[in-house]
Design a protein around this ligand. Structure first.
Ligand code: SF4
Length: 496
């Protein structure tokens, strides 16, 4: 979840102030449990496994049969859900949780999820992953009706739509609200009686269903089921609403079916490699992409070196296919926090080195193939190549396990605006020159689809959302297609 692209100041990052050096960031992770005596503790563990999807804030709302209890805080799951008094207060049989990524200016507690509201039918807590593409339009309409917003999040617009719906039952109100929004999203919600999970009708953002004994689990990824010992049951289907209560699980499909357009970048970069998404192991897909890349753009070399961590499986696939030895020529520091250094220019310059360092022992006089998952602004790649050359590499080639990122994402992944994307400005040859590489190659779009066992990308009905590579956006970009300045002003006028 994020509130608006026009609010964005600088990019995301692993450390405050070096966001402009990083690649796209996932926006959120969701987890929910119904029917387990220590649901909140298990939810905290689930969120811990989903921490890669958002490190800026975390929250849990739980229901004990009489009251809702909530704990929401900025920072990591492990830092916020370790105090016995917090976990005792949350000790309930139903809980939902959320990890959040947002841009620096929006990291305020009022935006941290799950959001909670009292309705005439009772309490409702909502956690949301993704982006509405008509959020401005909806907010403007709601503000005109007198709704007062407390946060800048899309989620609050959904809550207002549920509040003003004239239907009686909560699921009907939600269906009514969903029929008015456009976008790519998954949600988990709790009421006094139900745990509810849903995905947008294109299924762009993930949500899976699991079981632990008699309890039901909802999660953004299967790796979070594994951590609590739950069994994977199935993916929540695109456009499906699953409602879990003391009578069991009910599935509702209130909308006409749209073509499935799951986010292909989940496989390339965002998801954990030990997750299974839509029936495919993320690790296997990444290895297959690496093998395709080696078939498409082999280069004579001495070493295949991944840019850790997300480049590792693709580099293994590349090395196995090409027969070139795999080595850890770059070492990643996993203990880099987010906020311990002020974002000065000097630190910005150091950013990449804080996270990665060349393993000089193995690189001297070697022809190196670096394998990474994407090039966004190109700043990280430039610094890494410089590092590998300084360590004595004779040649540095780069192979990228995604096609060139030429378009921004409007579906819940924080990418820079198109004019900042290196591949939107330069062709591959010019990019190689800019990054000072001996050669550069990206997986082709059809090669990418072959890694999934498809023959090629079906141009008239692509099997995935791949808009950041193709510009083919499956869901209309309603807010973006309007003049953002006009849009902002009209909203501000209404609020004055
Ligand atoms: Fe995923 Fe790219 Fe589509 Fe965004 S535009 S949902 S990152 S494939």
């Amino acid at each position: 979840m994020k509130s608006s692209r026009t609010d964005r100041k600088g990019g995301p990052g692993g450390i405050a102030g070096i966001g402009d050096l990083r690649r796209p960031e996932e926006e959120c992770g969701l987890f929910g449990i119904y029917g387990l005596s220590d649901a909140a503790t298990h939810t905290a563990l689930g969120l811990h496994a989903l921490q890669h999807r958002g490190q800026e804030a975390a929250g849990i709302v739980a229901y004990d049969g009489e009251q809702f209890h909530s704990h929401r805080a900025l920072g990591l799951v492990g830092d916020n859900f370790n105090a016995p008094e917090v976990m005792e207060r949350l000790a309930c049989h139903v809980a939902i949780g959320h990890v959040r990524y947002s841009t620096t200016g929006e990291t305020v507690l009022r935006n941290v999820q799950p959001l909670f509201a009292d309705f005439k039918f009772g309490g409702l807590a909502v956690a949301h992953n993704g982006n509405l593409t008509n959020a401005y339009e909806i907010r403007q309409r709601l503000v005109q009706r007198g709704c007062i917003f407390q946060s800048t999040s899309d989620t609050e617009a959904i809550i207002h739509l549920i509040a003003i719906s004239e239907y009686g039952r909560v699921v009907d109100r939600m269906t009514d609200a969903l029929s008015q929004i456009q976008g790519a999203y998954s949600m988990v919600c709790i009421t006094q009686k139900k745990l509810i999970g849903l995905r947008d009708s294109y299924g762009v953002r993930p949500l899976v269903l699991g079981r632990l004994g008699e309890a039901w689990i909802l999660s953004s990824e299967t790796c979070a089921l594994d951590i609590i010992g739950a069994e994977f049951v199935r993916d929540v289907e695109p456009g499906e609403i699953v409602v879990i209560d003391d009578k069991g699980l009910h599935s509702i499909k209130p909308f006409s079916k749209s073509p499935n357009r799951f986010c292909i970048f989940e496989y390339i970069y965002f998801a954990r490699p030990d997750s299974v998404m839509e029936g495919r192991s993320v690790y296997d897909v990444r290895k297959n992409i690496g093998a395709e890349l080696a078939r498409e753009s082999h280069v004579d070399a001495d070493l295949v070196v991944p840019v850790p961590d997300s480049g590792v499986p693709a580099a293994i696939g590349y090395a196995q296919q090409s027969g070139v030895p795999f080595e850890f020529g770059l070492i990643r520091n996993h203990y880099v926090g987010r906020t311990f250094i002020e974002p000065t220019d000097q630190i910005r310059h150091l950013g990449v080195r804080l996270k990665h360092n060349a393993n000089a022992a193995g690189l001297k006089d070697k022809r190196v193939v670096l394998v990474d998952d994407s090039i966004v602004r190109g700043i990280t790649s430039l610094k890494i190549v410089e590092m590998v050359r300084n360590a004595g590499a004779k040649e540095v080639h780069m192979r990228i396990s995604s096609p060139p990122t030429t378009h921004s994402c409007f579906y819940g992944i924080d990418t820079p605006s198109q004019d900042e994307l290196l591949a939107a400005k330069f062709d591959v040859e010019a990019m190689a020159k800019h990054i000072a590489l001996d050669s550069l190659a990206f997986i082709s779009i059809d090669g990418l689809y072959r890694a999934f066992g498809e023959k090629a990308r079906a141009a008239d009905a692509p099997q995935f959302c791949d808009a950041c590579f193709s510009g083919d956006y499956p869901i209309p970009l309603i807010d973006h297609d309007k003049d953002p300045v006009q849009h902002q002003l009209s909203l501000l006028d209404e609020r004055e």
